[in-house]
Design a protein around this ligand. Structure first.
Ligand code: CIR
Length: 269
């Protein structure tokens, strides 16, 4: 991965506010009640953290016909000058894309996916010039192949991997630094990531596997204290804990709450 662009925090991120009926979102496990008001408070704190880090945060208003709209990461994948506006795997989420398309228009050339293709941004992990794309219950192989064509326009390769547990690829693994992958122990085959030159660190907390790296700062869920402790021992990483517990109840975590727009001439996760 030596010929890649430099890794840097984004300047701009898109977020989408929490729908008042977020408790009607898609989710695997309905055992815990979701408190949409509390989710809003946590979302505000997430936005404030991004603002405090110097990022320019663009907020798209919530849409109460889309209970999952705050999980904006799933609706678009930016490859550079181009972006794919996805066709989310869950039919209930497909109305989310119209507002995201308008929000992204000013930054990228947009490419739209048609049926029967599906892709969720949570299944796409960027590492340098490579996109790892998970095929999952939300992303089908045709969706991954569509992304491969668009990614090639920006000089990126696609490596397709199989998601065998958890909702999305990034439910099981994310980058904690440009060459450093954290993954929920035993949840995926890390061979393709190792082969790409990534250092792979297992973590013992499921939500610890979804961290959000913004330059030298790594946001970690406060529900994953062991992961935070592990990453705090790394050189050149400043860990910030953030409470996204209401989003965890909806199978979401830190990355899914934003779309990061890379700086020109740089890449980010
Ligand atoms: C869903 O099931 O689609 C949402 N409740 C959660 C989506 C989480 N997205 C992500 O991690 N990228």
């Amino acid at each position: 991965m030596s010929d890649r662009l430099p890794f840097a925090a984004p300047l701009t991120v898109l977020v989408r506010d929490v729908a008042s009926n977020m408790d009607r979102c898609e989710r695997e496990n309905h055992s815990q009640e979701i408190d949409a008001a509390r989710a809003r408070t946590q979302h505000d704190a997430y936005v404030k953290t991004l603002n405090d880090l110097g990022l320019d945060v663009h907020r798209i208003p919530a849409d109460d016909t889309c209970p999952d709209c705050c999980f904006i990461e799933d609706t678009a994948v930016i490859t550079g000058k181009n972006a794919v506006v996805t066709r989310p795997g869950a039919a209930s989420r497909r109305h989310e894309i119209a507002a995201v398309r308008s929000g992204l228009n000013q930054w990228c050339t947009l490419h739209t996916m048609e049926a029967p293709l599906t892709l969720d941004g949570g299944d796409v992990l960027r590492a340098g010039n490579r996109l790892f794309v998970g095929t999952s219950s939300r992303t089908n192989p045709q969706g991954a192949e569509f992304l491969r064509k668009i990614a090639a326009l920006d000089g990126l390769d696609v490596v397709v991997v199989n998601v065998r547990g958890g909702l999305h690829l990034k439910s099981s693994c994310t980058l904690a630094g440009p060459d450093h992958l954290v993954h929920f122990a035993g949840s995926l085959d890390i061979t393709p990531f190792r082969d790409a030159g990534l250092r792979c660190t297992p973590v013992i907390e499921p939500f610890g596997a979804n961290v959000l790296v913004l330059g030298p700062v790594v946001l970690v869920s406060s529900r994953s204290p062991a992961t935070a402790d592990l990453l705090s021992r790394e050189k050149n990483i400043a860990v910030r804990l953030i409470d996204v517990s209401e989003f965890h109840k909806a199978d979401g975590a830190l990355t899914c709450l934003s779309i990061r727009i890379p700086r020109p001439g740089a890449w980010c996760t």
